[in-house]
Each structure stands twice: as structure tokens, then as C-alpha cells.
Design a protein around this ligand. Structure first.
Ligand SMILES: C[S@@+](CC[C@H](N)C(=O)[O-])C[C@H]1O[C@@H](n2cnc3c(N)ncnc32)[C@H](O)[C@@H]1O
Length: 357
């Protein structure tokens, strides 16, 4: 655990923010003052209890897309436009990708499932339908946007996840939804201590996107838990969407493949039963933050994730986070000299002070 002294953090943030466009240092300082009142930056010692293990590494996932596929009939008329077709106002996955997701859930009979990125809630309906007869199983869904992102700014815009109540109202008791900002800010309060069995991630597909989502959820995964990523072939449609192929390839563990549908040669959904020792993947996952960013995160998101990561990761890893946030939030390659300077100044000063303590 690495604790950044509050005064130093403010000082360095001020230096960085003064140089950035569209940021209001005063607002940011008040955010940090709130953190101090909460005692966070000076005393952040929340520990996760020993994580439980799954037995998923022993399961045979061959032809998973056919496993108990019949139960999808419950949803067919509401969610799908037929094999191979997608209606983006319903589920944003093809029928075969849904069959893969359903198969993994049915095969593993998880107790705790996390979904990050749900849009109208099509994938949430699929997961809930798959756990309808699994006693005590629960889905926790998280989304950055409270308003359905496809209707953002429109009159009478619907809320993220609105399909669930329409399509599977009888399963609302197995569902918790948390929206608004980065998912990790809800994890400590709402996720069960024993850990997460299966996590399905389907968010931005652009950097930093899922590279941050995985770092958010990883400390909460059970040993040999499963990560499922959608849109692992999305980079074929545009080179900015490389996030998920890079991420899935950086995870270590037993791979689960969709074999019966390819999107320009690749499956567009993939899963990994995580190796027991996730520490071995952390360097790769954090260094993925160095890959060119396609959008900036907000200062509030930066702080929320900083709080979260500083609880669970070493200062060497945190250094990647600070460095590349500073670099890309300062306009990265378009402002290379200054961005490097800010990133190096921030990181050096932050860590130099830590060593001197
Ligand atoms: C592609 S849609 C999800 C589609 C849904 N899984 C389905 O199959 O029907 C992406 C969702 O991710 C959300 N999102 C984008 N970036 C996010 C982030 N960093 N954390 C959480 N949710 C995010 C968006 O608001 C949107 O609802």
C-alpha cells in the first residue's frame, strides 16, 4: 500500500492542473480537502479479506456456446434479431456472443457476478436469465452513465439498464445496479467480501477504457475467477478500438473460446480463467496504460481511481498510473515536451517525497 501525503498531492496536482486546459484547480482542491476530511489520503489501510477460490480451472469449456443454450429461448423475442444480427436498442451482442456468455455462467454457477458496462441492460437480462435458478446468485451491474448513453442529451432519455425491468421483472431481486462515475467507487461498499466469481466487461473499447476497468475489479476477483470481455475483435472495425484485444492478451490463465462465430477471423467475445497468482500480470496490465489514450478521464475519476488503486497496488505500479494520467491528461503526443515534463515532475516529486519520509 502506498500513501501519498495530502499536502504534497495537492501541491503537485496544482502544478499539473494549472497547465491543463478546461480544469478548475479550485474545484479540485476542494475535492482533495473532502478526501482529507474522510482521512483517506493519510490513513487508507482497507484490506481485503482472504479471497475465496473457485474451481473453474478444472472445468471443461469446450463448445461453451452450446451449453444450456436452450434457456435463451426465454429472451429470444425481446433481445435478438436472429443469428448474426444485432439491434443496438436491445442487446449489443450477437446471438452467438450471448450464447457464449450464457454458457460460461451456466457452466460455472457463480454466486457473485459483476457486469461493467450495460447500456440498455440487454447483457444484464442475459446474465440474470442465466442465474434465475441458481440459489443466492446475484448480479452487480455498474455503468459510468446513469442516463442511457444512446439517449444522452435527448428529451425523455431513458436510464441505463431500463430493459431489465421490462424483460425480466421477476428477477429484479437478483440485481443491484450502480451508475454514475467510475465503478470502483462503489465496490467496497456493495461487493461481498468473499469476492467475485465472474466479471463481464463491455465499456469504451478505446484507451484507457477497459485497461482501467480491469485494474478496478481485479483486487475483488476470487482466485481463478473468470473475466469475460466483449468486443475483442472491435479493432478490426477501426484502429482506435484496440483496447480489448490488448487486454485479453495481457491476462494470464486458461482461455475460453467462442468457436462458432468469427468477426473478420476473430471471436468478438473471449474469457480467461485467471491464474491464481494475479501479481504476475500486474506489470503488463499497468503498462497497458502507456498505450495511446483516445479520451481523457476527468479529474474526479482520476482521484477516485487513485484512491482505489493506492489501497491495493504497490507504489511501483501506482507510478504507471500517475505518469500516464499526467501525460495523456496534458494532451500527450500533441504536447509531448510539456506532457513528459509534467508527468516526470509529478511522478518524481511524489515518489521522492515518499522515499524521504
Ligand atoms: C457497449 S455498451 C454495453 C453494451 C451491453 N453490455 C450490451 O451488451 O447490451 C458500453 C457501456 O459502457 C458504459 N461505459 C463506458 N465507459 C465506461 C467506464 N469507464 N466504466 C463503466 N462504464 C462505462 C457506457 O455508458 C455504456 O453503457
Amino acid at each position: 500500500m502506498f500513501v501519498v501525503p495530502y499536502e504534497l498531492f495537492i501541491n503537485i496536482e496544482q502544478v499539473m492542473l494549472d497547465k491543463l486546459q478546461n480544469n478548475k484547480p479550485a474545484a479540485f482542491l476542494s475535492t482533495l480537502k473532502t478526501l482529507k476530511t474522510e482521512g483517506f489520503l493519510l490513513n487508507n489501510s482497507i484490506e481485503l479479506s482472504e479471497k475465496q477460490r473457485t474451481n473453474y480451472e478444472k472445468i471443461d469449456f469446450t463448445d461453451i456456446e452450446f451449453f444450456e443454450e436452450n434457456i435463451l429461448a426465454n429472451l429470444e423475442e425481446y433481445l435478438f434479431e436472429g443469428v448474426g444480427k444485432i439491434d443496438f436498442t436491445k442487446c449489443e451482442m450477437s446471438y452467438k456472443q450471448v450464447a457464449f456468455l450464457n454458457g460460461v455462467i451456466r457452466k460455472t454457477t457463480p454466486k457473485t457476478i459483476v457486469e461493467i458496462g450495460l447500456s440498455a441492460g440487454g447483457s444484464s437480462c442475459v446474465i440474470l436469465n442465466a442465474i434465475r435458478d441458481i440459489e443466492n446468485a446475484k448480479l452487480y451491474s455498474f455503468d459510468y452513465n446513469t442516463i442511457w448513453y444512446r439517449e444522452e442529451g435527448k428529451n425523455n432519455a431513458r436510464k441505463t439498464g431500463f430493459l431489465v425491468e421490462q424483460i425480466v421483472p421477476e428477477l429484479m431481486g437478483k440485481w443491484e445496479l450502480h451508475t454514475g462515475g467510475v465503478p470502483c467507487k462503489y465496490f467496497n461498499k456493495y461487493l461481498p467480501n468473499e469476492g467475485v466469481d465472474v466479471c463481464f466487461i463491455d465499456t469504451a473499447h478505446r484507451n484507457p477504457g477497459e485497461h482501467l476497468n480491469i485494474l478496478e475489479i481485479l483486487p475483488f476477483m476470487k482466485k481463478n475467477g473468470i473475466i469475460i470481455l466483449h468486443d475483442t475483435a472491435f479493432h478490426i472495425s477501426s484502429p482506435i478500438y484496440t483496447t480489448n484485444i490488448n487486454l485479453i492478451n495481457s491476462l494470464k490463465g486458461k482461455r475460453i473460446f467462442l468457436k462458432t462465430e468469427k468477426t473478420m477471423g476473430l471471436p468478438n467475445i473471449s474469457a480467461v480463467v485467471l491464474d491464481e497468482n494475479i501479481d504476475d500480470m500486474l506489470y503488463c496490465l499497468f503498462s497497458n496504460l502507456s498505450l495511446p489514450w483516445d479520451y481523457k478521464i476527468t479529474k474526479d475519476d482520476f482521484v477516485e481511481m487513485f484512491k482505489h488503486f493506492s489501497k491495493y497496488y504497490s507504489k511501483d505500479l501506482l507510478q504507471f498510473y500517475i505518469y500516464y494520467c499526467c501525460f495523456y491528461m496534458s494532451n500527450g503526443f500533441r504536447n509531448q515536451k510539456t506532457a513528459v515534463k509534467i508527468a516526470e515532475e509529478m511522478t518524481t516529486r511524489l515518489f521522492k517525497n515518499e522515499c524521504e519520509k
